[in-house]
Design a binder for this molecule. Structure first.
Ligand code: AMP
Length: 591
């Protein structure tokens, strides 16, 4: 078998214009066979992939700077080219953004820029986007679809895709810029692939790309309801969008029914292009309106809402891992008995792994690294026993059970780029690692010797939320910050909750949060009062929507939105939104 990178379709450069209208054929068994062959020899495919990337881009200013001199083997590459973060590459990326079309990071000029969601530092960051990234995105989609389809086959139908394009604009240098998801949704290959995957979107493009996401969300729901008999899958990029959509449904369902009954779109939809597109779909249908109305009235606390509204749904699909885990409980509530299938692992910088075990519950989801879409290294996070600085290892050298930070070399101009994500190797699919997403590396609550990650915070919130659950309440969303204005500094946790809780209950939650951080540094610091009492601040209903709106205003896409779980001291706007909406505050008495 030919195991060259080319034989696995490494970055084929194609004429997109000619392909636009051609039907795309997709045989899931072929896709799986290709994936199996490639992962059986993952180490070798990685070497081929690196070679290809360096051959295409070896003459760029960036790679020339590091003196590779045409060498393409991993050893030379690793010894010449340094590990970098986004900050290191910013001067190069900024020149591209400003219109310098010389070979800076890539052999072929970059014409499109992605804005990564940038939820951590409060501002989106720019990363290059090109045809190769588009191709690998489709390869990931097709691979996971093929595995999913083995377990949960779907026929011809529709997908209620809760997706939103963000604003696209031209940079100073004339490049198209938008979030990575927007760049993907706008590409003709996306629609063709969705069709081939029997998952065309219920909503017209005017809705997906509407300028006001509240209006788009309303119309997505309406489109889904009108075509309820055809909907087989409910999906979004990140699960937050699905939960957000059905929480909104709880508010707007009667208005949606009225629109269906009368065949007239609510006046809340003010964007002319969206109104025109929707009016083509909406016809008076009192029977459907009554049916939906009665179904909603028959539900208890909206349990099982999704299968009730969309009876042919086979599963719910989206990224449900990492910072999405806190939404799983609510999603399960809406989903009733329907399976939740967790989607793949990637970023604006490029894709990494594909979920080939769709039957596993989201909490156990893993991602098999696709060895032909980039060159991957893994920085070990466990201190080496000899005290020497650990070195990144290749894909074929990782060990099951160990945690690593992912380092990416892509076809879009990133070389040894620290992604900042922590993953754990759970096992292997053939010879490629299956990764479990753990957390963002830099999301850390720390005051002195304490170190709590996003995951630690999530577990603490989960623990304390049980106290609320006993009172039939839930945490709608949460975030945190370090308050160093007090002496000593302390953790502040912000909660939006689903209803009114008594002071007693919230005091108990606050203590429970404080006790749930199990990091030894935290506990010992709390005991000697080197860290002050944890504070729980309850914010008004809707506060986290305001935060979402704020990020959308900055150019982020709802599709890629992740609530920042720790708000940095410079993220003034989000801090202001939080602080202006605090209704109650509690201090822990646990220590
Ligand atoms: P973005 O900045 O929008 O490109 O988001 C990329 C980041 O989202 C990644 O670096 C991860 O931290 C997170 N992410 C992407 N896919 C997953 C996944 N399947 N599970 C958990 N987190 C993910």
């Amino acid at each position: 078998m030919d195991l060259s990178a080319e034989s696995f379709g490494v970055a084929p450069r194609r004429n997109m214009g000619m392909l636009e209208e051609m039907p795309l054929s997709l045989d899931p068994e072929d896709v799986i066979a290709e994936f199996e062959a490639m992962t059986r020899d993952a180490g070798r495919v990685q070497i081929e992939t690196l070679k290809k990337i360096l051959e295409e881009n070896g003459r760029t200013e960036y790679l020339q700077r590091w003196g590779l001199d045409g060498r393409t083997d991993p050893e030379s590459y690793k010894s010449c080219v340094p590990l970098v973060t986004h900050e290191d590459l910013e001067p190069y990326i900024n020149r591209i953004v400003d219109g310098d079309d010389s070979s800076i990071l890539t052999g072929n000029p970059i014409t499109t820029i992605s804005l990564s969601s940038g939820t951590t530092r409060g501002m989106p960051k720019f990363v290059p986007f090109n045809d190769e990234l588009m191709e690998s995105t489709m390869q990931i989609y097709k691979t996971s679809y093929s595995f999913r389809n083995r377990e949960f086959p779907i026929g011809n139908g529709k997908c209620l895709q809760l997706i939103y394009g963000s604003r696209q604009f031209k940079t100073k240098g004339g490049l198209a810029a938008g979030t990575a998801t927007t760049n993907v949704y706008r590409n003709p290959l996306f629609k063709r692939t969705m069709k081939a995957m029997q998952s065309p979107c219920c909503s017209p493009e005017e809705v997906i790309f509407g300028p006001d996401f509240h209006q788009s969300l309303y119309c997505h729901l309406l489109c889904g309801l009108i075509q309820r008999e055809e909907v087989q899958v409910i999906s979004s990029t990140f699960a937050h969008s699905i939960v957000h959509a059905f929480r909104t449904f709880e508010q707007d369902w009667e208005e949606l029914c009225t629109d269906i009954r009368e065949g007239v779109l609510s006046s809340r939809i003010s964007v002319p292009s969206v109104r025109t597109a929707m009016s083509k779909l909406l016809k008076p249908n009192p029977e459907l309106a009554d049916l939906i109305y009665n179904k909603c009235q028959g539900l208890s606390n909206w349990y099982g809402l999704i299968p009730e509204l969309f009876p042919k749904t086979r599963y719910i699909y989206g990224i449900m891992t990492g910072s999405m885990e806190p939404y799983l409980k609510k999603l399960r509530h809406y989903a009733g008995e329907l399976p939740l299938l967790s989607a793949d692992y990637g970023s604006s910088e490029g894709w990494i792994g594909v979920n080939v075990n769709p039957k596993l519950p989201p909490e156990m989801a893993t991602f098999a690294v696709l060895p032909n879409i980039g060159y991957f290294e893994f920085f070990p996070l466990r201190q080496s026993l000899d005290g020497l600085e650990a070195k990144p290892v290749g894909l074929a050298e990782v060990k099951a059970g160990e945690e690593y930070e992912v380092i990416v070399t892509s076809f879009a101009g990133l070389y040894r780029y620290r992604l900042g994500d922590v993953v754990k190797v759970k096992g292997f699919h053939n010879s490629t690692p299956e990764l479990q997403f753990i957390c963002r590396r830099n999301l850390l609550l720390t005051i002195n010797i304490d170190k709590n990650t996003e995951k630690d915070l999530q577990l603490a919130v989960e623990g304390a939320a049980k106290v609320l659950a006993e009172n039939k309440l839930e945490v709608v969303d949460f975030t945190s910050r370090i308050d160093s204005s007090t002496e000593p500094g302390h953790y502040v946790i912000f909660w939006e909750i689903s209803g009114e809780a008594s002071d007693e209950v919230l005091e108990e939650c606050c203590n429970c949060l404080d006790e749930s951080f199990l990091d030894a540094g935290y506990i010992s610091s709390r005991k000697v009062k080197a860290i002050g009492a944890l504070e729980l601040r309850i914010v008004k209903r809707g506060t986290f929507h305001k935060i979402l709106d704020h990020y959308v205003g900055l150019g982020a896409a709802v599709s890629q939105f992740k609530t920042p779980r720790c708000v940095g001291p410079t993220n003034n706007k989000v801090l202001q939104i939080l602080c202006n909406n605090v209704v109650k505050s509690y201090s822990s008495t646990a220590f």
